[in-house]
Write a protein that binds this ligand. Sequence first.
Ligand code: CTP
Ligand code: MG
Length: 233
Amino acid sequence: MTGAGRVGVIVVAAGSGSRLGASVPKAFVPLAGVPLLGHALRGVLACAAVSEVVLVVPASHVESAQAIAEAVCREVGPAGAVTVVVGGAERGDSVASGLGALSAGVEVVLVHDAARCLTPVEVFDRVVAAVTAGAVAVVPGTAVVDTVKQVDVEGLVVATPDRSSLRAVQTPQGFRRDVLVRAHAASSDATDDAGLVERLGEPVLVVEGDARAFKVTTPADLETAARLLAEST
Ligand code: CTP
Ligand code: MG
């Protein structure tokens, strides 16, 4: 597929953030006064190719998400449509909910974790460019610095994969819409969406990721994000 159609982004933000342990769901935790979801949406809307965004949030936080979207859109100026829908029990359910809310003209879908709230626009641009150039599925990834061991249930090492062949993958992950829909129809049980597409036997391309696209998971990650943000302003 070349000269692809409209680009829609599903931002999954419906998790509780149990490892972060805050009093509100993770995407609604403030970072320098702005909820993680606000930072994430600002990053998404910085990508000129994006024409619509679906925010997938907990049922308790629909209005809060709408207010965040309005605030960000006021700040960044005219943006594509942003809609808010309710997520599900597992991340895959939340992605499926977002897929159901995309409009008919969308042919390229990016799925992004709100928790990767400082992802630079270059990563979005690289993913969109690769799908537009014909890739079926694209994930950003970074080289692995530690040696990785595969272990059994006893903790005994089974194998040491060649580090140069390993990538730690991030979001946004980009897909041809029809392929992502087919992958989710088959199963939604995977830690990332590209994993579902791999099971279909479709090729998944890795493009360069970015350290700033790390996922806020623990309180220490939130401190890291605050430091990065302070350094960049
Ligand atoms: N997510 C979601 N719906 C779920 C679970 C997760 O939309 N049912 C989203 C989260 O909001 C997050 C992204 O998927 O933006 C990555 O998930 P993770 O970092 O694991 O977030 P949580 O599940 O909220 O955190 P935890 O696992 O610590 O509870
Ligand atoms: Mg989780």
